[in-house]
Design a protein around this ligand. Structure first.
Ligand code: NAG
Ligand code: NAG
Ligand code: NAG
Ligand code: NAG
Ligand code: NAG
Ligand code: NAG
Ligand code: NAG
Ligand code: NAG
Length: 358
């Protein structure tokens, strides 16, 4: 009889224990992680504090999306909320998290390193905050990550030089931070990358030729950095490339296009403060060419009129000499020419050496 009771008790204990294990390793952890997150956040009129209360399921809290079956947090989206505070490292305990969007708030402090370990993470968007510290290197080794947007913060340190393993990455936006270091050749491993911006940082070194591996690349913004060396020719083999802004670096680009290349659909090219590519004519789809504020002394290619789809041609603030080629007048689509403050002479009656918009 006593044995019987003992067995029953044991059975009960085992069941109780396994139930409590399965709970704590499930949505209980998610709730704790979010409460810890909330505790470090200040929201206007305490909106978040009042909304995220324990008398409602955390799955119905503002900005929280749970998976329907398992009731696990899959998305935390609190953009444009004027939130202040730091981002709790407890978010790294949300093991089903796939989307984190804290865009356009006033978070300071660092990006929790543990986030990069979340196996389902697809989107990290914390752009437009005041985050400091360095980028968790593990983010560059996230198998499923598709969007990393950390732009407009105060992040520093070097870009991760080690091997990148981000086979699904489509958007990498690190614009307007204080990042240093180089663009590593292993960037070429990010073969799904479409939009890549490092503009407004302090990146140095060369633009690696592996950038030509990024076959879906549509926009490349690297302006306002300290890049040197030549613009790698493979970049212009990327047929999907629409925008390349390489302005305000120290790149040389005079022969970056290979002869006979069927080059890209590039519509916008800015090489201001770098060298004008001499065989620019191969960029047949080019609509905007910006070469303003150039250090260069080279001339505008004579045959510039080959750019039949040209709409804007911006060459203001240039110390460049020489003449504006008459062939510019052959560009029937040209709408805007800005050649202010430079030493160009005009050889054609079609254009005045100032802004003109027909
Ligand atoms: C929290 O916000 C959501 C979405 O606005 C709302 O549906 C819910 O009722 C709020 N809960 C509380 C407790 O305020
Ligand atoms: C939840 O609890 C808070 C106090 O913790 C209370 O102010 C609020 O009215 C409650 N909300 C609901 C929907 O019961
Ligand atoms: C955890 O999930 C179970 C169902 O799987 C649900 O009954 C319970 O309410 C959830 N807990 C919270 C805090 O939402
Ligand atoms: C950022 O948030 C502020 C206030 O919440 C809003 O006025 C502004 O439009 C937002 N900016 C962007 C770029 O979303
Ligand atoms: C993550 O969860 C574990 C286990 O529940 C807990 O011990 C730890 O403190 C949590 N980490 C953070 C940063 O909240
Ligand atoms: C980006 O950074 C530059 C300086 O590097 C600054 O002048 C500019 O205002 C910043 N833009 C925004 C939107 O913060
Ligand atoms: C990543 O790129 C580097 C350098 O280009 C290469 O050596 C390495 O094998 C690549 N790794 C993966 C996982 O593709
Ligand atoms: C990439 O940039 C292009 C052009 O600005 C934009 O239309 C597109 O939506 C962006 N793609 C993604 C995935 O954000």
């Amino acid at each position: 009889m006593e044995n019987h009771i003992f067995l029953l008790m044991l059975l009960f204990l085992v069941q109780y224990y396994s139930v409590s294990i399965s709970v704590s390793s499930s949505n209980e952890t998610d709730q704790q992680a979010q409460v810890a997150f909330k505790d470090l956040v200040i929201s206007p009129s305490q909106f978040l504090e009042n909304n995220w209360t324990k008398n409602t399921s955390f799955c119905s809290w503002f900005g929280v999306t749970c998976s329907p079956k398992r009731q696990r947090v899959v998305a935390l989206a609190l953009p444009d909320m004027q939130l202040q505070g730091t981002i709790s490292s407890s978010l790294a305990n949300l093991s089903f998290l796939s989307v984190l969007n804290l865009e356009n708030n006033s978070f300071h402090g660092g990006i929790p390193f543990g986030l990069g370990h979340l196996p389902r993470l697809q989107v990290v968007d914390v752009r437009n905050n005041q985050l400091q510290g360095s980028i968790p290197t593990i983010l560059f080794q996230c198998r499923r990550v598709q969007v990393i947007s950390l732009a407009f913060n105060k992040l520093g340190g070097e870009i991760w030089k080690g091997p990148w393993f981000v086979p699904k990455l489509r958007v990498l936006n690190l614009r307007n931070n204080s990042l240093t270091g180089i663009i590593p050749p292993s960037l070429g491993n990010a073969t799904k990358l479409m939009n890549f911006s490092l503009a407004g940082n302090r990146i140095s070194g060369n633009l690696p030729k592996e950038i030509g591996n990024l076959s879906p690349l549509a926009t490349l913004s690297l302006y306002d950095n300290q890049l040197i060396g030549s613009i790698p020719a493979p970049l212009f083999n990327i047929s999907s490339l629409l925008l390349a802004n390489l302005a305000f670096n120290s790149l040389s680009g005079s022969h970056f296009l290979n002869e006979g290349n069927i080059v890209s659909n590039l519509e916008f090219l800015s090489v201001s403060n770098n060298q004008i590519p001499s065989n620019i004519c191969q960029l047949r789809e080019l609509q905007v060419l910006s070469i303003s504020v150039n250090d260069i002394t080279g001339e505008i290619p004579r045959n510039i009129g080959c750019l039949s789809k040209h709409e804007d041609f911006l060459i203001g603030d240039n110390p460049i000499k020489g003449t504006i080629p008459a062939s510019l007048a052959n560009i029937s689509t040209l709408q805007y020419v800005s050649c202010t403050r430079n030493r160009l002479e005009v050889t054609s009656n079609h254009y005045r050496s100032s802004s003109s918009k027909p």
